[in-house]
Design a binder for this molecule. Sequence first.
Ligand SMILES: *Cc1c(COP(=O)(O)O)cnc(C)c1O
Length: 290
Amino acid sequence: MQFSPSPLEQHFFRDDTFYIKRDDILNNDFSGNKARKFHYFLTHNFSSIKRIISYGSNQSNAMYSLSVLAKRKHWEFIYFCDHIPNFLRQNPIGNYAYALQNGMKIIETKSRYLDSLQYRRKDSLFIEEGGRQSESEWGIKRLAEELTEDIAKTGIKDPYLFLPSGTGTTALFLQKYLTIPVFTCSCVGDDDYLQKQWKMLSPDLKNAPLILKSSKKYHYGKLYSESYAIWNELQETMGVTFDLMYDPVGWNVLMEHIKTLQGTPIYLHQGGLLGNISMEERYKRKANML
Ligand SMILES: *Cc1c(COP(=O)(O)O)cnc(C)c1O
């Protein structure tokens, strides 16, 4: 299956022009970023494979996208997770609910990585947390080619790309295939963590993206009033809904640096809006407590 190119749109935010690459609307069934990462598996035949084994958090976009992939391929999908709150079990929402609807079998265990290894057999496809693996390069290369075409067609002067990182896989492979600078920031760990993730994919770390530093330390998945504020402001001024896990951190870090970066920014919208359902509920509960 092939995806049609996602649109590149021009927007204004605060004092600047931004181009937004709308991978959030690339495909209805996949989160944009994960559609790129798992494109390899969608477009190749795996006749000996009967199941997907993976692990990660209980509201992961990768988990949901893998459930879609497994359903299309008529594979079993077994997912290992270190914690499923009782509240979520009784009131499934978001990625968790939709992945279960697609037939995911979820196993709660304190040693999710080791336990997932036990299930690895010749007929299983093992997917690292968040899709940090070499097969992701295939679909991300296609995205880089699209961006290169978009830039030429639109005639953007001195473009640079910004995207917030989890594992950093998307940023690393984009920089490999783009001639324009790629900037990112870390949303999951510190900058050392991001470098370590990159080294697992590309030991010599040639041509790595540039990490923009944040003056504030953000913890992954935590709620911050300035995150919710910029998320709302982006929605009101651009009419674009961003994700609540990565994008608020990304935009706040980008805005800290925007005056010192030369050229025209392109922001990669990586989707993930299904994950917003549970995040918005948490933000609303937090607001009620204040
Ligand atoms: C998975 C994901 C990311 C992080 O991608 P990495 O390649 O792991 O850096 C960012 N944004 C969204 C919406 C995602 O789903």
